[in-house]
Write a protein that binds this ligand. Structure first.
Ligand SMILES: CSCC[C@H](NC=O)C(=O)O
Ligand SMILES: [Zn+2]
Ligand SMILES: [Zn+2]
Length: 485
């Protein structure tokens, strides 16, 4: 549709151009030949209309440029608010979001399920509030930075070569503001939603979401919202196809500890704490390698295998110069970030941990307990509940259609390799789709020098405009297949 409009616009410009040039030629011709006054007046009129048209065209394209610049500067404003853990400036972020909501005449409220951690909930009321609503979720917190390793300060949102550098530019302040910018454009175009559209800006996703989305998804406020579909974050893609996620792996954060006989650093003997630990580390690395090989060979997608990464090692006796070098320690520990796909055999992984990675026979213990999160809701057949990505889920079909309509391309849907707040909504039995419209973008979540290109950001707004329009105007009461029943 957009293409057709653009084409018509261009034809219109060309016709006006031709008319204008003809008008000028006629005027010149008449000045030379001194023809009759009527002809002269007509040509002058054509010329005035032509000049007026050019003026309008220039003004409107300039005002579009200004809009884009303003939109980028709002994005920069949000990025400049330091919401990194462990001391996120949640109130500053909440105030900013609420001020944006006011400028758009959206209803807003700030809810503190936990004191000091505001969750901002916005509402764009639809014509029929009895229909299921749409929830556009994003988190306001970001992960910490090692700021000396960045080329630009991570909370300055500086632009270089069209790229906005800031912590949160990909994860996921972009998405939160793109929702709002898309609504701004839809409002300007006169669009009115049929369904209620909600936007939630939640705290604490990066540290587990327990005081944020988890409480929200299980609250009375949420029940009253009658949500039908949730959109949450995804990942960038390095090519021109957007990535989209229908499930996610569960984090199992494993701590293994070993004990052993202490002794002289020069002595070779069995059963030291570090020897015991390293046998486990070797076994874990073999497993990691085998899983990674499946991905490298193209047999499994990243989200379909179990990932294991060692993230910490602790052993040794400290000394003022570092470590005591000639003492073999009696205790050692290692920590692993494990991610488990919803389809994995969890019981067998638990057995592997107990029998191979931390066996009591090697003086080892392990902790998984509070760090082991359940995969997702299970149905009555014991199968994990995933968000359907076929025509059985009309929200999926609408999303696919809306992205295509906006000239975007989609990759095959995937399992998100890490965790997002979407799991709390899926646990409630709701469909939740992970999607961050960032194509042709390196994956820099949690990395140094995280950035997002300005044009890619603006393009994402167009994509959301299309999605929100499709979702908010979807009327299943007019489903023809239902009429036939
Ligand atoms: C399980 S709580 C941590 C959530 C975090 N989310 C995104 O990076 C993650 O590490 O996956
Ligand atoms: Zn995130
Ligand atoms: Zn993150």
């Amino acid at each position: 549709m957009n293409r057709v409009l653009k084409l018509l616009n261009q034809v219109d410009h060309i016709l006006f151009g031709v008319k204008g040039i003809l008008g000028v030629c006629k005027l010149v011709d008449m000045m030379i030949r001194k023809r009759d006054f009527d002809q002269y007046l007509y040509s002058a009129l054509v010329l005035v209309v032509f000049l007026n048209h050019i003026d309008k065209t220039v003004t409107s394209s300039v005002s579009n440029v200004v809009d884009d610049e303003e939109s980028i500067s709002r994005f920069q404003h949000y990025l400049k608010i330091n919401t990194a853990h462990p001391n996120p400036k949640y109130y500053e972020a909440a105030d900013f979001i609420i001020s944006q909501a006011k400028s758009l005449s959206l209803e807003s409220q700030s809810i503190e399920f936990v004191q000091g951690k505001p969750l901002v909930l916005l509402k764009w009321p639809g014509k029929d509030s009895t229909l299921q609503s749409i929830l556009l979720n994003s988190h306001t917190d970001v992960v910490p930075v090692e700021d000396t390793k960045w080329v630009h300060p991570p909370f300055d949102a500086r632009v270089q070569n069209g790229n906005v550098y800031a912590r949160g530019s990909q994860d996921m302040k972009c998405v939160g503001l793109q929702y709002l910018e898309a609504i701004r454009k839809l409002k300007h175009s006169g669009f009115k939603p049929l369904r209620d559209v909600y936007l939630s800006f939640v705290p604490d996703e990066e540290i587990g979401g327990h005081d944020g989305a988890a409480k929200f998804a299980n609250s009375e406020v949420f029940d009253k919202m009658n949500v039908g579909i949730v959109l949450d974050e995804g990942l960038p893609s390095i090519n021109d196809k957007y990535r989209v996620f229908y499930a996610e792996r569960s984090p199992w954060w494993l701590l293994i500890k070993s004990t052993g006989a202490p002794g002289h650093g020069a002595k070779l003997y069995d059963n030291t704490a570090l020897e015991n630990l390293f046998k486990s580390i070797e076994s874990i690395r073999r497993f990691r390698g085998a899983q990674f090989d499946l991905v490298k060979a193209g047999l499994m997608a990243e989200g379909e295998v179990v990932s294991v990464n060692m993230v910490a090692l602790k052993a040794g006796t400290p000394s003022p110069t570092g470590f005591v070098m000639n003492l073999q320690p009696s205790e050692a520990e290692a920590a692993f970030d494990i991610r488990v796909p919803p389809t994995a055999d969890q019981a067998s992984l638990e057995r592997r941990i107990a029998e191979e990675w931390a066996p009591t026979s090697r003086n080892m213990t392990f902790e998984l307990g509070q760090f082991k999160q359940k995969v997702s809701a299970y149905d009555k057949f014991g199968q994990p509940v995933l968000t359907a990505t076929d025509e059985s889920n009309h929200w999926w079909s609408l999303l696919e259609g809306a992205i295509t309509e906006a000239n975007g391309k989609l990759e095959n849907p995937e399992i998100f390799p890490a965790s997002t707040d979407a799991r709390y909504f899926r646990d409630r039995g709701l469909p939740a789709i992970g999607f961050s419209p960032m194509a042709n973008t390196p994956i820099l979540l949690h990395d140094h020098n995280e950035f997002l290109n300005k044009d890619e950001y603006l393009r994402g707004i167009e994509i959301y405009e299309s999605i929100i329009k499709a979702y908010a105007s979807f009327d299943d009461t007019k489903d023809s297949s239902k009429d036939e029943l």
